[in-house]
Design a protein. Sequence first.
Length: 377
Amino acid sequence: MPAAAAIPPHPPLADLADRLARARAAAGELGIDALVVTPGPDLRYLTGYDAVPLERLTALVIPVDGEARIVVPGLERAAAAASPIGGLDLEVLTWEETDDPYALVASLVAREGVVGVDNHMWAEKVLRLREAMPGARQVLAGAVLRELRVRKSPAEVAALRRAGSAIDQVHEQVPGWLRAGRTEREVGADIADAILQVGHVSVDFVIVGSGPNGASPHHALSERVIEPGDPVVVDIGGTMPDGYCSDCTRTYSVGEPPADFLAYYAVLARAQDAACAHVRPGVSAESVDAAARDVIAEAGYGAQFIHRTGHGIGLQTHEDPYLVSGNTETLEPGMAFSVEPGIYLPGRHGARIEDIVVCGSEAGERLNHTTRDLVVC
């Protein structure tokens, strides 16, 4: 297996400074007086700081009319300074175990203004902040941060390409691990080891759905022994050193599969191709879903396609935009998402084909390149 290339853990400082400036400007345009962002993908996107979510409060505070600061527990000062925070000219304010960090955050924002809190802030922190600034109105910061993150920059698309290439290397090895007599969990352990070996820093999920378990889209792993003739759905992903995620599904067969499976796998392959080919600027997210769903429904399997066609991906495996009926959002260059239709026959078997696709200036680009044909092991 080739050695994984070194990947910088965060974007250049100039890019991070630009993100902070754009977040401040966007908040002002929406009438938000300050943003408060706690550990998670939004904080990493804005500062490169991959802070560990703790019961102790860490919070980036971005006033529209003032300098951004970050509040961290005293014991986290070194970690914050070692991150890109140290090069961003962000003042680091620390608090000790007997201090009230929520009062400290409240002192940095307008007490009577509008405060945007990140969408994934823990509820206990939201409520403590509300107590600390009762005159402020809290709104979701997603109205600002979602718009920054949904269109990937060329550097972010390159990061997703690297993630796609890495997970492709794992799928190329899967046929060697799939054989009758092994359990799903044994195969999953081989896959998890390989996800790390090809350059990911974490294993986010491993789904090995054999036989009837393949009809459950989020099955994960079990002690079921794989049998001859089993179709096997393998959906895997991880996080790279720069924080960007991989996600790719291929369906295999251990020996010759049932005839009815082969019939609907051919339908599924056509549907996934149709949805990928439909991707381009100006079309709606729901129309990509329809491109896949129409093929499946026309073949008589509409009731067996039980989930949306795709989800956005970036610093999170699931983020905006979502390819689902009812989402009329228009695709734009830089948007990246999965295209993953599936057909599931409960109690028998199932199949899914998934690629990450980025919307380019004229068409979509698949970021996964392993064969989509059924691989018989």
